[in-house]
Design a protein around this ligand. Sequence first.
Ligand code: MRU
Length: 350
Amino acid sequence: MFKTIEWTDDGVRMIDQKRLPTEEVYRTCRDYREVAEAIRTMVIRGAPAIGVAAAMGIALGAKNSSAKSGEALRADFEQIAGTISQTRPTAANLFWAVKRMRGVLEDLLSGCAPDAPAIARAKAGLEEEAKRILAEDIALNEAMGQHGAALLPASGTVLTHCNAGALATGGYGTALGVIRAAVAAGKDLQVLADETRPFLQGARLTAWELAKDGIPVTLITDSMAGHFMKLGKVQAAIVGADRLAANGDTANKIGTYTLAVLARENGIPFYVAAPLATIDMSLSSGDQIPIEERSPAEVTHWGGVPIAPPGVAARHPAFDVTPHRYISAIITERGIAREPYTESLRTLFK
Ligand code: MRU
């Protein structure tokens, strides 16, 4: 199996998701700015993987810092964290990781004499924490898989959107992790993968990683989902998330809302799989989730080739918000939440 991201002595190494599925190549970022750029340009993407990359970018920036005092290291940290925070505004895990790394730095620096050994210890501590965030992410995806597998049917077709797999996380995946766990438990499932316009994460990434795993996958364009649902060809839908509000409203890849409404219309359960780090309990509803607006060129062009007339106006909101009433259950590493989500999610955080 491939590694989505890892810490190496040379820097932060990640599989280049822009080159998949035609080439499996890895890129090593040797500076935190390169990590920020990799997140912004979607060399690495998917909220949990972005969180891991953010933590490793911070650890890398701290490692390269020439700070000689705690105050100087704190200032460098804020500069690094500021650059990394400005990459993907919707992904809750990004801000969660920055906050966690800041907390670790404060713990490591507090009460220490601001000498060279203390600075070295703080840098090493940040590196350990980033590695821990990666290891935890894989473990909690596996836990999510165990909780969620029971929700999927014993046999049939599960529809998914975008890529919420090993590539979108430290490994194993959220939505695809649940499918993986169900298949491992003996369920006879196949996957219908939406291609996911305009960045084609479903076609390029989900189809690639499921095929690699030997899980049967059929690719469809986004506009075919309703057709197959109406024909009774879909038994469940499951997606990941970029940010949930405390009431269960879920921001995920553009097109998710459409699918959730179609699933409801056709009596199909619609599940969201996401770790607690993706749930933003400071927001009471999805209306408050910032939606990333990406370049219209990603809509008007593919691989640098125009697919629309020159100069045509285009929009590219990268995410939409699915109201909680369309979500049958939210699968987390601590268990499954159901309506009323305001209560069930709060209970999971206790
Ligand atoms: O723009 P992307 O590719 O980063 O969007 C990714 C998604 O929307 C995923 O569904 C989400 O991050 C969950 S990944 C486990």
